[in-house]
Design a protein around this ligand. Structure first.
Ligand SMILES: [Zn+2]
Length: 260
């Protein structure tokens, strides 16, 4: 709600601790007690906005946000999430009474496929709605090293989403969302700060910066035997790949259904 009020006069707010998109009206759900994206959107509507786009690139479907704005003509929800993964909602056919574009994607989603989604769906749907505010839930659990999903994005995909959306609206609220590998989370969200502020992502981190990343610990084997670049740079190697036919066809189905 504070984030919503801070962007009311225009501007950008990034709340890495936000994005608890599973919280439901009457109960906590999926590590989420309150649903801060929903509260922020309600606050912006209370303040008089009439066109808000909520984009969710976390690996999990935003079931709590969708439930809150079912049938809304003022909120557009765009969610990209891994198919057949908890909470098992957000099917392609589910349009939340016209409010949502749900795109479940298969395991191994790569950077080129994400770019196709960004250009074929996220950006055109957002532009067509002429948003007075955009909220981006920027979940770090959609990257390849995250233990709770099987998507295979590099953090470049998230940064591209941030930089492409940044200039489409006078009010931009970015929320962290999920992320269960401490190195992926820290590096990805630091890159979000850099992108929003127009700083170039450094190709190599200083000793002092590396010491922060090296001080992290994780109760998983990968944490002890980790790749060097998790501490020496923010940017992941990109993960290009073929754009699968099923994905192209699903994007087209959504575009046709919505006459885009
Ligand atoms: Zn998630």
């Amino acid at each position: 709600m504070l984030g919503a009020e801070l962007i009311w006069n225009g501007g950008i707010v990034f709340n890495p601790a936000g994005g608890t998109h599973h919280g439901l009206e009457s109960r906590a759900n999926g590590f989420c007690y309150l649903n801060d994206p929903v509260l922020a959107i309600f606050r912006l509507l209370d303040l008089g906005l009439e066109r808000i786009v909520y984009i969710d690139i976390d690996a999990h479907h935003c079931d709590g946000v969708e439930a809150a704005f079912h049938g809304s003509s003022m909120v557009r929800i765009i969610s990209i999430h891994e198919a057949r993964r908890w909470p098992f909602t957000g099917l392609l056919e589910d349009d939340a009474g016209g409010a949502a574009w749900n795109l479940p994607v298969d395991r191994g989603l790569n950077d080129d496929e994400f770019q196709a989604i960004l250009e074929g769906m996220i950006l055109p749907v957002t532009k067509a709605f002429h948003p007075q505010a955009i909220i981006l839930q920027c979940g770090a659990d959609a990257v390849t090293e995250d233990p709770l999903s099987r998507l295979a994005l590099s953090n470049n995909a998230h940064w591209r989403a941030v930089s492409s959306l940044q200039h489409l609206t006078p009010r931009f609220l970015i929320l962290g969302g999920g992320g269960y590998n401490p190195w992926s989370v820290g590096r990805l969200w630091s890159g979000v700060w850099a992108t929003l502020n127009g700083y170039e992502i450094p190709s190599h981190l200083t000793e002092e910066q590396q010491s922060i990343l090296n001080a992290l610990s994780w109760n998983r084997k990968t944490g002890r035997d980790r790749p060097t670049h998790w501490a020496t740079t923010l940017r992941d190697p990109s993960n290009p790949g073929p754009i699968r036919e099923e994905l192209k066809s699903d994007i087209q189905k959504l575009r046709t259904r919505n006459s885009l």
